[in-house]
Design a protein around this ligand. Structure first.
Ligand code: SF4
Length: 726
C-alpha cells in the first residue's frame, strides 16, 4: 500500500472518508482518511472539527506515509544467537517475552520488572498498560515519556487549583481575551494550526507577548518579545508580579474572595525588584513594565506555558510563578481569563490521567489514596492491598535499568533519542537482562531490544485521546492494518494470558473504554458520562463528565459495593466541562492557592569550562524523537538533520561560519552538527533540535537534574562548550 498523504477536499463520488484525528501532537487536528485506488491512503480536510477547521501541518498531512508496509514493521523480531534481530512468529515472540518477565520476577521480585509507556498511546492503551503493570506484573515500576512533557505544569496546576487539565478553557476563548503571554512555546513550529488563534486575538485588538530566549517564528508575530536568559523565566514572572504590586494593579477583591496564601507570595515577589530581575534575566526594566502594562490593561488575559518553563529542575515553581501572576491580577477561573498549558504529545493529557504515570491510578486518582485504591481495585476485581505503591519517575526508572530493574517492556516510546543524558540511558538499556519493545517502526530503542513487536497505528485502530483542551476525542479505524501486525491491546491480552491472568484484558477498545469509565467515575478526571456513541456524535466531550444520576437518586456509578456499577443509568447526560473553575477551584476550600516561590539558578550555570547555555526544542517538520517523521521523505527534505543555532557574535568568537560542523560538549557528552547562524538567539545561548539520533543527538548533552516535585528533567538549560569540529 502506498500512502500519498495528499490533503484535499473529497471529490464527489469518492468513497466517504472516515473522520479521525492526527497521530501526532496535542492539538489532535481532525482529518478524514480514505483508502483510494491503487492502495493509497489519502488525507481529506475535516472542517467540522472546531480545533483546526480543516488546517493541518505537514506532519499531519503526510502521516499516512508511515502506514505503508515499506516504512514500518510487519513481523515480530527476536534476537538470535548471533545477536541479530530476525523475523519470528507471534507465538514465539510473545512466549519469549512472557518467559523472560516470569524468570526476572522469580529471581529478583516484581519490582525488577519495568514498564515504560508513551504519551501517544490512546486512553485505552494507557489504561490497560497501567493495569497490566500493577495487576499482571505486580510492579510499581511504570512511568512514561509524558513525564518529560508537561509534568511540571501538571504539578503546579494541581498545587494551585487542586486539579490539572492542560487548558481549563477551550481554544475558542483565546481570540476573545485581551492579552496572551505565551511562555516558552513556539506553536509556529510545534502546532502551526494553533497560530490562527493568536492571529485572531490580534485582529480582535488583543495583544500577544512571547517569552522565549529565541526570536522564533512565533515571537516574530508578538507585540512584545521578551528574551530572557534560559532558565530565568521564574525570575521574570516574579519581577512582573513585583511591578503589579508596586503599581497598585493587584485585584484585591478577587484575591480576598477566591484565593489563599497571598501575603507569603507577595512577600516573595517583593524580594525580586525589577533591576535585580533585569540582571538575572537580561530583560530590561522598561520591557518588564511594558509587559505588565499590556497584561493588566485589558479586563481579561491569559498566560499559556509550554516546555520552556516546564522542562527545568525548577519547572513546578516556574509555572507556579506565572500562576501567581494570574491570581494576583484576577486572571484565573473567570471567563476569558486563566492559566493554561499547551500539552505536547498527542495524548499527553489523557495518557497521564489513566494510570501509566508512576503515582497515579485511572481517573487521575492518587495511588497513595486508600479510597482511590479501593475504588480502582474494585473495578479490577483485585484486593486493594495487592496494588503496588508509586514507582520511580521516568528518568529515575531509566537510570535504574540493569541494576534494580532487570527487564523492561516499552510501548510507544523511544528514550534512546528522547531521554536526557541519552548516551547514559542507552547504556542502561543495553545493560538490561531483557528488553521488549512494541512499536510501529524499528526505532533506535527497538533496535536494542531482545524482542520487537510490530503494532497497529492510529489509522488502523479505534481509540480515544484527550487533547490539550481536555476534550476527549474518538479516533476511528479508517483502514485495515497489514498482515503481521497486532494491536497493543491484543499484545497485553496475550501477555496477560501467558502470565496467568486470563480475564480483564479485552482486545476491543470500546470494551476497555467502558471499564475505564467505571474506573474513572468519581475521580478528578471523570469520564463516566462519556461513551463512544456520544463521542462520535459530539466531536469530543470535555472532562470532567460524570455519569448522570440514576433514577433512584444514586450517582449512577457506585452501587452497594461502592465501585463497579455500570455508569450512565440516568437520563440527562452531563454536558461536559469546557470551562473549569468558574465557580470554585478544585481545592478543599474552593480557593486557588498562591505558593511563594523564589528565583534560583539552574542546576548547571556557565563557567570557564562550559561557558555557553544550551537549550533544546523542535522544528516544524519533525516530531519528538523523529521515529515516524524521519521516515517521511517530504519531512526529511525540509528538516534533514540537526543543527546548532548560534548568534553571529558567538560564531565570530569561535571562528565559525554558516554550515561549519560545531562540537557542543557538556558534562555528559559531545554532539556535532552544522552551524546555523542567526541574530534571533541570545549570544550566550545555542539551540539544538532533539529529533535525531547519532552524532547530532541533542539529548546526549542535556541534564537529567530533576524538579523535586514533578521529577521533570532539565531539558531546557545546561552549560556547554562550543567549538568548531575541524
Ligand atoms: Fe497533527 Fe499537531 Fe500538525 Fe495538527 S498541528 S496536523 S495535530 S502534528
Amino acid at each position: 500500500m502506498q500512502n500519498t498523504g495528499t490533503h484535499r477536499t473529497a471529490a464527489p463520488g469518492t468513497a466517504t472518508p472516515t473522520p479521525t484525528h492526527c497521530p501526532y501532537c496535542a492539538l489532535q487536528c481532525g482529518m478524514s482518511l480514505a483508502p483510494v485506488e491503487g492502495g493509497t491512503v489519502e488525507v481529506f480536510e475535516r472542517t467540522d472539527f472546531p480545533v483546526n477547521r480543516g488546517a493541518l501541518c505537514g506532519k499531519g498531512r503526510t502521516a499516512p506515509q508511515v502506514l505503508a508496509p515499506g516504512a514500518r514493521l510487519t513481523s515480530p523480531l527476536v534476537r538470535s544467537g548471533d545477536g541479530a534481530l530476525v523475523p519470528a512468529g507471534w507465538d514465539e515472540a510473545l512466549d519469549r517475552i512472557a518467559g523472560n518477565l516470569e524468570r526476572t520476577r522469580a529471581r529478583y521480585g516484581a519490582d525488577a520488572l519495568g514498564v515504560f509507556g508513551g504519551g501517544g498511546l490512546t486512553n485505552e492503551k494507557a489504561y490497560a498498560l497501567g493495569k497490566f503493570a500493577r495487576v499482571v506484573l505486580g510492579t510499581s515500576q511504570i512511568d512514561y515519556n509524558g513525564r518529560f512533557c508537561m509534568s511540571s505544569a501538571a504539578a503546579a496546576g494541581t498545587r494551585a487549583f487542586g486539579l490539572d487539565r492542560g487548558l481549563p478553557f477551550p481554544l475558542e476563548d483565546i481570540p476573545r481575551t485581551g492579552c496572551v503571554i505565551l511562555v516558552g512555546s513556539n506553536p509556529a513550529e510545534t502546532m502551526p494550526p494553533f497560530l490562527r488563534y493568536l492571529t485572531e486575538l490580534r485582529e480582535n485588538g488583543g495583544t500577544l507577548i512571547v517569552v522565549d530566549p529565541r526570536r522564533t517564528k512565533t515571537a516574530e508575530q508578538a507585540d512584545l518579545h521578551l528574551a530572557p536568559r534560559p532558565g530565568t523565566d521564574l525570575a521574570l514572572a516574579l519581577g512582573m508580579l513585583h511591578l503589579v504590586v508596586a503599581e497598585g494593579r493587584v485585584d484585591r477583591a478577587y484575591v480576598e474572595e477566591r484565593t489563599s496564601g497571598w501575603e507569603e507570595a507577595r512577600a516573595a515577589a517583593m524580594a525580586h525588584w525589577p533591576e535585580y530581575v533585569e540582571r538575572i534575566t537580561g530583560v530590561s526594566v522598561p520591557e518588564l513594565r511594558e509587559a505588565v502594562r499590556m497584561f493588566c490593561a485589558p479586563d481579561t488575559a491569559m498566560v499559556l506555558t509550554a516546555r520552556g518553563p516546564e522542562q527545568q529542575a525548577k519547572g513546578t515553581d516556574t509555572v507556579g510563578a506565572w500562576i501567581n501572576l494570574c491570581l494576583a491580577t484576577g486572571r484565573a477561573g473567570r471567563p476569558l481569563s486563566g492559566y493554561g498549558c499547551l500539552t505536547g504529545q498527542g495524548n499527553g493529557q489523557g495518557g497521564r490521567e489513566h494510570g501509566q504515570k508512576a503515582d497515579q491510578l485511572p481517573g487521575y486518582r492518587k495511588l497513595t489514596d486508600p479510597a482511590a485504591r479501593r475504588h480502582v481495585a474494585g473495578v479490577w476485581g483485585v484486593d486493594p492491598d495487592s496494588l503496588p505503591g508509586p514507582g520511580r519517575s521516568a528518568y529515575e526508572l531509566l537510570d535504574a535499568l540493569g541494576t534494580d530493574v532487570r527487564s523492561l517492556l516499552v510501548m510507544g516510546s523511544n528514550p534512546v533519542v528522547s531521554a536526557p543524558r541519552a548516551a547514559h540511558v542507552e547504556g542502561r538499556l543495553r545493560s538490561l537482562d531483557f528488553l521488549a519493545v512494541c512499536d510501529v517502526v524499528l526505532s533506535e530503542t527497538a533496535a536494542l531490544a531482545d524482542v520487537v513487536l510490530p503494532v497497529t497505528q492510529w489509522a488502523e485502530e479505534t481509540g480515544t485521546t484527550t487533547n490539550l483542551e481536555g476534550r476527549v476525542l474518538l479516533r476511528r479505524r479508517a483502514i485495515t492494518p497489514p498482515d503481521g501486525v497486532r494491536g497493543d491491546l491484543e499484545v497485553l491480552h496475550s501477555l496477560a494470558g501467558r502470565l496467568g491472568v486470563e480475564k480483564g484484558f479485552p482486545t476491543e477498545p470500546e470494551e476497555v473504554f467502558e471499564e475505564l469509565r467505571r474506573a474513572s467515575a468519581g475521580g478528578p478526571a471523570d469520564y463516566s458520562g462519556i461513551d463512544y456513541r456520544r463521542l462520535a456524535r459530539e466531536n469530543g466531550v470535555f472532562w470532567p463528565c460524570p455519569a448522570p444520576p440514576a433514577p433512584d437518586g444514586t450517582d449512577g456509578t457506585d452501587g452497594t459495593d461502592g465501585t463497579t456499577d455500570v455508569p450512565g443509568a440516568g437520563s440527562v447526560p452531563h454536558p461536559g466541562t469546557p470551562r473549569l473553575f468558574l465557580d470554585r477551584f478544585a481545592t478543599d476550600d474552593g480557593r486557588a492557592r498562591f505558593v511563594p516561590v523564589a528565583h534560583r539558578p539552574s542546576a548547571e550555570e556557565p563557567d570557564d569550562e562550559y561557558p555557553v547555555l544550551l537549550t533544546t526544542g523542535r522544528v516544524v517538520a519533525q516530531y519528538q524523537s523523529g521515529a515516524q517523521t524521519r521516515r517521511v521523505a517530504e519531512l526529511n527534505a525540509a528538516a534533514p538533520g540537526p543543527f546548532v543555532e548560534l548568534h553571529p557574535r558567538l560564531a565570530a568568537r569561535l571562528g565559525a561560519a554558516e554550515g561549519d560542523p560545531l562540537a557542543v560538549v557538556s558534562r555528559r557528552g559531545r554532539a556535532v552538527a552544522p552551524a546555523r547562524i542567526t541574530t534571533g538567539i541570545r549570544p550566550d545561548t545555542v539551540f539544538m533540535p532533539f529529533h535525531w539520533p547519532g552524532e547530532g543527538r541533542a539529548n546526549t548533552l542535556t541534564n537529567p537534574a530533576l524538579d523535586p516535585t514533578s521529577r521533570m528533567p532539565e531539558f531546557k538549560v545546561c552549560a556547554v562548550r562550543v567549538e568548531v569540529a575541524r
